[in-house]
Design a protein around this ligand. Sequence first.
Ligand SMILES: NC(=O)c1ccc[n+]([C@@H]2O[C@H](COP(=O)([O-])OP(=O)(O)OC[C@H]3O[C@@H](n4cnc5c(N)ncnc54)[C@H](OP(=O)(O)O)[C@@H]3O)[C@@H](O)[C@H]2O)c1
Length: 334
Amino acid sequence: MSTNTRVLIRNLPKEKLAVTDYELVESPMPSPADGEVLCQTLAIGVGAGARAGLQGSASYAGAPQTGIVMNGQTISRVVESRAAGLNKDDLVVCGSGWQAFAAHPAKAVTRVPAIDDPAHYVGALGTNGLTAYFGLLRVGEPKASETVVVSAAAGSVGHLVGQIAKLKGCRVVGTCGSDEKGARLVSELGFDASVNYKDGDFRAALKAACPDGIDVYFDNTGGDVLGAVLFRMNTFGRIACCGVVSQYDTSNPAGGPRGVPGLLVNKRIRMQGFLVFDYASEYATARETMLGWIKTGAIHALQDEFKGLAQAPAAFVDLLAGGNIGTRIIRVAS
Ligand SMILES: NC(=O)c1ccc[n+]([C@@H]2O[C@H](COP(=O)([O-])OP(=O)(O)OC[C@H]3O[C@@H](n4cnc5c(N)ncnc54)[C@H](OP(=O)(O)O)[C@@H]3O)[C@@H](O)[C@H]2O)c1
């Protein structure tokens, strides 16, 4: 292993992201310094939020720039350790991004136990799974028999939100961009109903799917879906603002919805944004709970796979166009 395959950001997209905004390069193999580990990437999680980073709208991601490795959460294997407490062959969750190898300081990696498919550590047991868990339970605060609506419901975060809400005894409705996705939410994942936001009669279909109104809305999309849901919210409802995927793949995001703040005032609705990092001190416990649910079959953690770093740009562009069901991952090494 003399070179390191990496995918660099070539251009910052002006409108829709294109595969030509990336380039695949061979670079010298990184070498770990004292206190560091050299990590081989096994799988990468591709998430919609990374598009916000390229847009410059994700405060935590800093200013977007070209010529650097595209960011992404990875599950990696330690191939060389110069750090106390970390050994060759340990599995670690880290942020190597779209590259085959990366050297990290020990404090930048989290050692995790071996499981049947370690790629779950970039999906249901990774940032997106933790986002679903904390965003729903801590911000949405669902109670049994309440109606929970989640948008981008067939995506990585969304399909987990819906299933966790079902475990809490809620009635769950998912919005997504195709009838096929919606059918799978109901038949495979136990959602009570799904609504296709691309249908012309979306607002009427949402109303029909939520006859008792909406108590909790887990908002992955913002935009028109948020606009429609707001008018169906019940008194003292909660809106967990997780992301704005409808406004990422553009340089001209639309303004906010009608009804804010008037509806929030009159119906005493709590609308709260959150970042999963706020709950970092509780990740280990949440991962254990999620792993338990996966092992017992209480939750189905869907993966949607591409193979090899060269496929990463296409996998990301396709995800933004709605091509994925579950967590999109790039398998890099076995
Ligand atoms: N707050 C946090 O800490 C945090 C952490 C992680 C992720 N997030 C957020 O969570 C959300 C979901 O991310 P993810 O990684 O799980 O992505 P994902 O849901 O797996 O994929 C994105 C999905 O968005 C949908 N979409 C695309 N354009 C849309 C539009 N104009 N309107 C409505 N839906 C659209 C597509 O499905 P359809 O077929 O349904 O259109 C696509 O499959 C994102 O907003 C992300 O930023 C937040």
